[in-house]
Design a protein around this ligand. Structure first.
Ligand code: FPP
Length: 222
């Protein structure tokens, strides 16, 4: 059987610290983080990575100061709007996160529209699948999957039933998880999908990510 392409996931941490060290507002760190994400996305595509999944905004991030949340939301709209670039690179955009009609969903409609449009307008692309986890929490994903699986399980819920009910059941297991900014923790990210993943922790903050650092992370796979 042909080996499948790699799935790399990133916890993009340290935008705030990057900004603070430069005496800049936290929002400037997120703006710089978007450029780092563009570099990593290009590097991943060039290296024929099959799936790149990034933690853009968690279900816990809503409690951040309003101006910061507004800035991060606007950045997602901008990111999902970079369709010419994404299409030129044959990238298929994908999203995982709390469904917009779920109780507690707070995603404003302008972000919903940007997500739907990016997914729809890149659906024909055959290159790397670029998944943004937005309003995402792994425990919420697993609780929902368990509930859906239980609803149509005649003989109890098996692991496969749970896997089939994740936000995107077609995402393969993660091969490599990268977390920046010296935090050697996983947080609430892809807890099901990282089974068996290798992990690369780096002291660099996310805005300082580079193609070279991405290669150092890939080297962990041997
Ligand atoms: C963590 O930095 C990063 C985030 C909260 C995610 C947002 C990421 C971006 C805006 C980069 C561009 C990506 C997208 C998807 C638009 P932090 O604020 O937790 O940093 P700190 O721990 O140093 O405070």
């Amino acid at each position: 059987m042909a080996e499948r392409k790699l799935h790399v996931a990133c916890i993009m941490d340290g935008n705030g610290r990057w900004a603070r060290r430069r005496g800049l507002p936290r929002t400037a760190g997120h703006t710089a983080g978007e450029e780092a994400l563009a570099i990593v996305t290009r590097a991943a595509g060039d290296r024929d990575i099959g799936w790149l999944t990034v933690f853009g905004f968690s279900t816990e991030n809503w409690i951040r100061p309003r101006a910061e949340v507004r800035h991060i939301l606007a950045m997602h709209k901008k990111l999902f709007g970079r369709l010419d670039e994404l299409n030129a690179n044959n990238v298929r955009v994908n999203w995982i996160g709390r469904r917009f009609d779920e109780p507690g969903s707070r995603t404003p409609s302008y972000v919903q529209r940007a997500i739907k449009r990016a997914v729809d307008d890149t659906t024909q692309n055959t290159g790397m699948v670029f998944t943004v986890a937005f309003d995402y929490g792994s425990r919420a994903e697993l609780a929902r999957a368990a509930q859906l699986a239980a609803a149509d399980a005649a003989n109890g819920v098996q692991p496969n039933d749970l896997a089939a009910n994740l936000y995107d059941a077609s995402l393969p297991d993660v091969d490599l998880l990268i977390r920046t900014s010296g935090e050697s923790r996983i947080s609430n990210f892809l807890l099901w999908q990282i089974n068996g993943a290798k992990v690369h922790f780096t002291e660099r903050t996310w805005p300082d990510m580079s193609a070279e650092e991405f290669d150092r992370a890939l080297a962990v796979l041997g």
